[in-house]
Design a binder for this molecule. Structure first.
Ligand code: PA5
Length: 445
């Protein structure tokens, strides 16, 4: 089971100070579980893992099987919460060099509509000229500009490549049950569709079709992912006791640190495959907590790489940081450092050790150095990096995020701040309906 160790924060907030938050934690956790807090129409994710039935997996299997037969590549179109969950799991569980293997067993997952890079789209379409591919297009609102734009381009590309009828059978749309442009388009064209439940927001949607469909098509074990999450749901939705519930303890500890001026949390990994888990986590916490002039700023580093870039700041820069390390106990593979007769590189002292033993000492040495440098350290351990523990980890973060948002006294399930850039962009692009905004913004430039 996932384990959370917070003893390395006790020099900064005492164990007692954290335990004294029990009442506050219980009340926030109750609001979440009873649906009495702000944003309570977006709590579908809370009981989601435990409610997914085998029938639903079977339906997903059928879609996956159909598309797998046709595709060497799956293009997943989406942004934010409609992108990061699948990307995080894909990258965490894939062979790092799949794209260079001659004939991988499963379709490769690649992304579009998660930004607006023109060169990226050009290069992507050049690649797609040469490979068999299918598309999963995801947008809850069905109106987000970035994925809509990418879908317009790729729809045309696919139709030109395989013909209109075949294109329809290679597209799956995941969107709202009734509203939005994507729903309209999908119904008119006859694409297979899956629904994003109304009561699950984008950044909490990895265990809905948003994450499960692309992951199943690309051969990941979605049953294990959901099982891990369901086990964590059980562990975190019964008691809010700080001694028993790791999500409650995480929420309490990070808020205790925040109240003492530690305003930035760095999610640290020592496993390059976790880079996008950190990106997913950044969105989850950034969008949920950063509002009304409040919120812990979520940052991330990939160690040991970033010890050679960000390490200096973390050790000696402004003392407003704390770290949460995701520690993976066991690696999948075993490589030992070889002994060399001449020892010209001076590494014989490591001979016989696993590479991961060296990594673990980098992790421990860094934690101790950072604690000496006044950077409190939380440690989340998972036994292995597999679908089951990833499911646990993701649900753990979701549950803690809900509780933590309520501790900050914000609505963790809305994102009003995201609209500001959109309004300006539409005004600048002279979108119909934004005439007044266009006039006003033109005076500013
Ligand atoms: O978490 C969120 O709600 C957002 O990040 C959305 O997922 C993102 O903006 C994409 O929205 P949509 O799925 O409506 O295209």
């Amino acid at each position: 089971m996932l384990d959370l160790n917070v003893k390395n924060v006790f020099d900064f907030v005492s164990e007692n100070e954290i335990l004294e938050m029990q009442e506050e934690i219980s009340s926030c956790s109750e609001q979440l579980l009873n649906g009495t807090g702000a944003g309570n129409d977006y709590l579908g994710w809370v009981s989601l893992p435990g409610s997914i039935k085998e029938n639903f997996f079977k339906q997903i299997d059928r879609t996956a099987e159909r598309l797998r037969k046709k595709s060497k590549v799956l293009v997943v179109i989406g942004i934010g919460g409609s992108y990061l969950g699948a990307k995080a799991v894909n990258d965490a569980l894939s062979d790092s060099f799949d794209m260079f293997r001659n004939d991988p067993e499963d379709p490769l997952m690649i992304f579009a509509g998660h930004q607006i890079g023109e060169d990226y789209m050009h290069e992507l379409m050049q690649l797609l000229d040469q490979v068999d591919y299918s598309i999963v297009v995801i947008s809850k609102s069905g109106t987000t500009t970035e994925p809509a734009l990418a879908f317009r381009l790729l729809r045309e590309h696919l139709v030109n490549k395989v013909g209109a009828e075949e294109a329809v059978s290679r597209i799956v749309a995941i969107t709202d049950a009734n509203k939005g442009a994507l729903r309209k388009l999908a119904d008119r064209e006859g694409y297979e569709t899956y629904v994003i439940p109304d009561n699950v927001g984008g950044r909490f949607s990895v265990l809905t079709p948003v994450g499960l469909i692309p992951l199943a098509i690309c051969g990941f074990d979605i049953r294990e992912l959901v099982k891990g999450a369901a086990d964590m749901e059980q562990k975190t939705s019964g008691s809010a006791s700080l001694k028993e519930n790791p999500a409650a303890l995480y929420a309490a500890t990070r808020n205790a640190l925040y109240r003492k001026g530690k305003k930035i949390e760095i999610l640290v990994n020592y496993h390059p495959k976790l880079h996008y888990v950190a990106e997913w986590w950044k969105q989850l916490y950034g969008e949920s907590e950063g509002k009304e002039g409040k919120g812990i700023f979520p940052a991330a580093v990939d160690n040991s790489s970033d010890l050679h870039s960000m390490g200096q700041y973390i050790q000696e820069g402004e003392r407003i940081l704390f770290e949460t390390v995701i520690s993976v106990e066991e690696t999948e593979h075993d490589i030992k450092v070889p002994e060399e007769r001449e020892d010209l590189d001076g590494l014989n002292y490591l001979a016989g050790k696993k590479i991961d033993d060296v990594n673990k000492m980098a992790e421990l040495g860094t934690a101790l150095a950072h604690i000496d440098g006044e950077v409190p350290n939380l440690k989340i351990s998972i036994p292995k990096l597999n679908a089951y523990y990833l499911g646990q980890l993701m649900y753990f973060f979701e549950m803690a995020c809900g509780i933590s948002g309520y501790m900050l006294n914000v609505n963790p399930f809305n994102q009003p701040g995201v609209e500001a850039y959109k309004k300006n962009m539409f005004a600048l692009l002279e979108k119909p309906g934004f005439e007044e905004e266009t006039k006003n913004i033109k005076k500013r430039i």
